[in-house]
Design a protein around this ligand. Sequence first.
Ligand code: FAD
Length: 479
Amino acid sequence: MSPFSSSSLGNQQRVAILGGGPGGYEAALVAAQLGAAVTVVETHGLGGSTVLTDVVPSKTLIATAEIMATVAGSTELGVRFPGGGTSDRQAAGSVTVDIGRVNQRVKALAFAQSQDILARLEKEGVRVLSGRGRLAGTEAIEVVEGEDAGERVAADVLLVSVGARPRTLPDAQPDGERILTWKQVYDLEELPEHLVVVGSGVTGAEFANAYDALGAHVTLVSSRDRVLPGEDADAAEVLEEVFRRRGMTVMSRSRAESVVRHGDSVTVTLADGRTVEGSHCLVAVGALPNTEDLGLAEAGVLTTDSGHLEVDKMSRTSARGVYAAGDCTGVFPLASVAAMQGRIAMWHALGEAVRPLALRSVSSTVFTSPEIATVGWTQAQIDSGEAQGDIVKLPLATNARAKMLGIHDGFVKLFCRSGSGTVIGGVVVAPRASELIHPVTLAVEKRLNVDDVAHAFTVYPSLSGSVAEAARQLHVMSD
Ligand SMILES: Cc1cc2nc3c(=O)[nH]c(=O)nc-3n(C[C@H](O)[C@H](O)[C@H](O)COP(=O)(O)OP(=O)(O)OC[C@H]3O[C@@H](n4cnc5c(N)ncnc54)[C@H](O)[C@@H]3O)c2cc1C
């Protein structure tokens, strides 16, 4: 609890934070806990894009999609729906989604979460200003637009955590109705009849999967050989196979050049001249940092060619007293990493003992059906010789619990150092892989070896039994 009183301000450190996403608000909580006088300047709402337009809304939409995917896969388990037949497609077709209601829920949940964060910050004594801010040198932030325009916040420590926004294509300008960014889909009142998703990275794959499960016909346009080019190749292959089996059209090596709306339809034109017609198009081709017009150069804060702020592992920028966190640094575009960078900045600035940011044990998930969760070194790094290690891959199809649940797709993959058996990474492709990856993350973080993992009890029958089994198999290999 920060004693935010004028009597203590004399020797109290002053912290000013630009941006109220996880990079900013988690930093504010740490700084307040350490007794600083903290001000956050935020343009849109506390929680940032994470809470209002990106993570929370997309995962809430995906929660409904997940139920629909479960329905579609339930006929094998003997479940029947009125009017539905005995195939997955018939089951899915007998249940519909009210997308207007889904989107209302999404927006209400995001708003409530943002309000909770605001209430928490206020309870901890953090001052919140509303408007667009910029640095005024290295010792103040000024609010230049919005409700609190004209305010100038002098501070000993500054943190820039302004996030990123969707990149668009010059010839595919979003109109918020038919040509959409990922922030605009929640205003849809009707489910798109045919959604063309341009971009097959994590965001494109998650939305393609979700709308397919919700009942839209989906075409996924990918400029690369396969979906999820940045992920484990075996995992991406499983997902692409599942997408095609469900009836999604996946177009690989197809670069979209333009998207044009004609009334109620859209035409996506590819670089080779082919066209794809749809009712809506979602453009998911990456993000750009919100670092323009922030007074960075004047304050001596260096940025990269891509516009990201240069930071070290303590979140320090090139300007003394100015720190940065989150997507605007381009370090690792995850809410969890943004929050950790923000906390590290404050621990460092306010004199706490602190460990530099370690990305070794960051776990992340692609929220598709099945989910793809990863942590640590990758197989690509082992195959290329960048990392040294042994690999075991166990298909879930042999797991007793998976059989009972009707799970046919997915696997557990574990990587360990040859000789020592130290666990260095893993991949889980399964329903709720986001939860199943945790024991692997613990092993990587605590440098456990495969025998440590293998000797811990797992429930029988359980999907996590496959993690222990993979560890057992690696023991045999490393002998
Ligand atoms: C569709 C989608 C789904 C995602 N899902 C996940 C997921 O499941 N898990 C995960 O870990 N990550 C996920 N991510 C990534 C995650 O959203 C980002 O890594 C995270 O938002 C970064 O947090 P941040 O604090 O850097 O920025 P943000 O959350 O974007 O917050 C930055 C804030 O700064 C404010 N701001 C900008 N400029 C100014 C200014 N000049 N003055 C005042 N305020 C300003 C903005 O209004 C914004 O509120 C997803 C991303 C997308 C696009």
